[in-house]
Write a protein that binds this ligand. Sequence first.
Ligand code: KIV
Length: 271
Amino acid sequence: MSVYKEIKQVTTHILQEMKQRGEKIAMLTGYDYSTAKILDSAGIDIILVGDSASNVMAGYDTTLPITLQDMMYHAASVVRAVSRALVVVDLPFGTYQGNSRKALASAIQIMKKTGAHAIKMEGGSEIKDSISRILSAGIPVMGHLGLTPQSIFKFGTYSVRAKDEPEAKKLLEDAHLLEDSGCFGMVLEKIPAQLAGKVSKELKIPTIGIGAGNQTDGQVLVFHDMVGINKEFSPRFLRRYLDLFSEIQGAVKNYIQDVKTLNFPNEKEQY
Ligand code: KIV
């Protein structure tokens, strides 16, 4: 049971303490006000306004098309709902790579216009200047290593990363670089459990895994996947807690039937 259940607001410092105490961190994605209210009231530690909104909210095949404007709309909606969770927002593709000044401007816009608490960026040494510049402005940064979906056209596949020695070595080096740069934590996506365990052991900052085994300091899933709204995506690491697609579909079918048969509204449901 969480000893932090009573805390009013999760901060990056509290996450650090949770790691030290061995208390696991629970993170889920959230993109809208109503869902964020549910996640926050359930006691989730971190809500990630992920660029996976590009897939699950907008129906694109990849995370590349989503814009900074889109992300700010989602982030501001989530922030309005939340009183306890830490809200972390993905910097979308094209707003930080290769240009640290642009990266800082993007991060500042998110912080100023949405009220979010931190941003997340994909990559290691390739984006170290952008990370440092954003951190120098006092904006907390979460890293993201392993399968980084903004680089899907470089990888060519969504399969497990860092299975070979050179890629595993680079990932470990990048993880240390992110910690040394001042990141408060990082996501480790779809890498061997053993490697994720090693990274988590060596680092002082918390690691949050997705498809990275149970030795990370926390776990994250895409909300729409874990509640079964999105059934098109079934990787081995995903645990579905509900079949909401079928539940909602059934409710909609009942509603249609009631409307067609004049069963809705009834006398009590009218003025
Ligand atoms: O955008 C996202 O949902 C993410 C998680 C998969 C970690 O980055």
